[in-house]
Ligand binder design. Structure first.
Ligand SMILES: [Zn+2]
Length: 199
């Protein structure tokens, strides 16, 4: 899931912040689809991945032997994992479209396609399936609440360069808590009547 090879290669603060948004996008999408983040740094987001390391033939073999119920479950799992892969570029694009180069996210895209390939009968179907999940990743970050989480994780990642699983989760939960408190405070604020507001 890496697009930058090392922090020394960042040409500017803006490039580092863009990379932080990319990796934060992976981490926040993983949070929403309940895939644990193992470690997050400025060049990669490591998640727990049951498909990772299995080659396409092995997956194809497993798929061929599954009942339709189990196949549906596996397909949904593959979709969640693929969404996480595609969320990096989606977040980076939402942060600053001009920071996204053609080469960015190619590895993520290839990994997403590899996850979905065994559920498609041809290339066109696969391309469309990947595109659907790219749209879902884009929609996720159009939600203000999800985007605030990306901003919070990216800010901390740009400062620290590396976040443990616990630090990533804490940043997400603290941001959610702050948002919830702010919403409650706004709702519980007494409304001023006409006479009070005139005072
Ligand atoms: Zn990535």
């Amino acid at each position: 899931m890496s697009q930058f090879k090392g922090t020394r290669q960042f040409r500017s603060r803006a490039a580092l912040v863009a990379a932080a948004h990319h990796e934060a996008g992976h981490a926040v999408a993983a949070f929403f689809v309940r895939i644990p983040v193992v470690r997050l740094d400025i060049t990669k987001c490591v998640t727990r991945n049951p498909f990772f390391g299995a080659n396409a033939d092995q997956v194809q073999d497993v798929v061929a032997r599954l009942s339709s119920d189990k196949l549906d479950k596996l397909r949904l799992k593959a979709e969640r994992l693929a969404l996480v892969r595609l969320a990096g570029a989606a977040a980076q694009r939402r942060h600053r479209p001009s920071s996204v180069r053609e080469t960015h996210g190619i590895k993520d895209l290839a990994e997403a396609a590899a996850l979905l390939k065994c559920f498609c009968s041809d290339e066109e179907e696969l391309r469309t399936y990947v595109y659907l999940l790219q749209l879902r990743a884009k929609s996720l970050f159009e939600e203000p609440e999800a985007w605030k989480l990306v901003k919070a994780v990216a800010k901390r990642l740009a400062e620290q360069q590396t976040l443990s699983a616990e630090e990533t989760a804490r940043t997400i939960y603290e941001t959610l808590l702050t948002e919830t408190r702010a919403r409650h405070a706004a709702h519980s604020r007494p409304k001023l009547s006409g006479s009070q507001s005139a005072q």
